[in-house]
Design a protein around this ligand. Structure first.
Ligand code: KIV
Length: 266
């Protein structure tokens, strides 16, 4: 039987200094192919607001929309751990409504959730989730859902004070019970220090080379989304050109009477 990636597997990876991989996915077939390729964690990221739904930022995404994408990805992933990124305001109003929304994502097939931030409310919510049987992935550094409070996309932890604050936040998340922590847009030495001083795996999202795991938005990896690409993303393909070329050739073949041909009719 296929051995599923679990919180235990990720902990073992860290103990054995084995790096692990995480990608976002938003649909069934992409999740299936990533899973077959051997990806460890698939995040149904709220980045889907921009790259799959065309919104301006992540805060436009609602929990009902996230439910559809979570179901699709969960059906495609057999081995990878599927984590749902809880959308803006779906977990910050109060604990009961947060637990209901989080529980529903698990019922739809997700095996964990990701929550941004580290205030007392979030720490309490993490404890309640873990007690309820839901593993939580933390997310600190640049937290896109707070972009309007931060004042834009800024690297976090550039001053000594902020670097210390991030380390303390990571320790608080660890104590609250997270199974891993995404560090977004953090200088690599700050991320390295955090990684060396906590027992749960860290995941680099623009946080350099010394974390335990690494994540990228699938549309950046595949070369599909062209509105913006962060510095830390590496393009491994050019799906945008592939899609455009396929569509152009199809349109031409129709105009020229080449499609359908005699083998493509009943
Ligand atoms: O929504 C997202 O894609 C994320 C990242 C960690 C990649 O939160």
């Amino acid at each position: 039987m296929l051995k599923k990636i679990s919180v235990r597997t990720l902990r073992k990876y860290k103990e054995n200094h084995e790096r692990f991989s995480m990608l976002t996915a938003y649909d069934y077939s992409t999740a299936k192919y990533f899973d077959e390729a051997g990806i460890d964690v698939i995040l149904v990221g709220d980045s889907l607001a921009m790259v799959a739904l065309g919104y301006d930022n992540t805060n436009n995404l609602g929990i009902n929309e996230m439910a559809v994408f979570t179901k699709a990805v969960a059906r495609g992933a057999k081995r990878a751990m599927v984590v749902t990124d809880m959308p803006f305001m779906s977990y910050t109003i109060d604990i009961p409504s947060a637990l209901t929304n989080i529980g529903n994502m698990i019922k739809l097939g997700s095996r964990a959730v990701k929550l941004e931030g580290c205030n007392n409310y979030i720490l309490e919510l993490i404890k309640r989730c873990v007690n309820m049987g839901v593993p939580v992935m933390g997310h600190i550094g640049f937290t896109p859902q707070s972009e309007n409070v931060i004042g834009g996309h800024y690297i976090q932890g550039k001053t000594e004070d902020r670097a210390q604050e991030l380390l303390q936040e990571a320790k608080k998340l660890e104590t609250a019970g997270v199974f891993s922590i995404v560090l977004e847009m953090v200088p690599e030495q700050v991320a390295k220090n955090i990684t060396e001083n906590i027992s749960v795996p860290t995941i680099s999202c623009g946080a350099g080379r010394f974390c335990d795991g690494f994540v990228m938005v699938c549309d950046d990896l595949l070369g599909k989304y062209d509105a913006f690409t962060p510095k830390f993303a590496r393009k491994y393909g050019d799906i945008k050109s592939l899609i455009t070329n396929c569509a152009t050739n199809y349109i031409e073949d129709i105009k020229n009477g080449i499609y359908p041909n005699e083998n493509e009719v009943y």
